[in-house]
Design a protein around this ligand. Structure first.
Ligand SMILES: [Zn+2]
Length: 59
């Protein structure tokens, strides 16, 4: 697996390996210059509106 095909949510600690898992658990963000990078927060945290520095609402 290429470097970078890994994502970890800094909020709940969820990890995903590989494009399919990352797409499913995190989703990708289009940077607008042809690059797609994993979202930093997982879908669950984003849908729960977790914020940096605050307790995770998903856990
Ligand atoms: Zn999370």
């Amino acid at each position: 697996m290429p470097y970078g095909e890994y994502a970890q949510c800094p909020c709940c600690g969820k990890t995903a390996y590989g494009k399919d898992d990352i797409e499913q658990e995190f989703g990708y963000r289009n940077m607008g210059d042809g690059r797609y990078i994993p979202q930093s927060y997982c879908r669950e945290c984003r849908s729960a509106h977790c914020e940096a520095g605050k307790p995770c609402k998903v856990k």
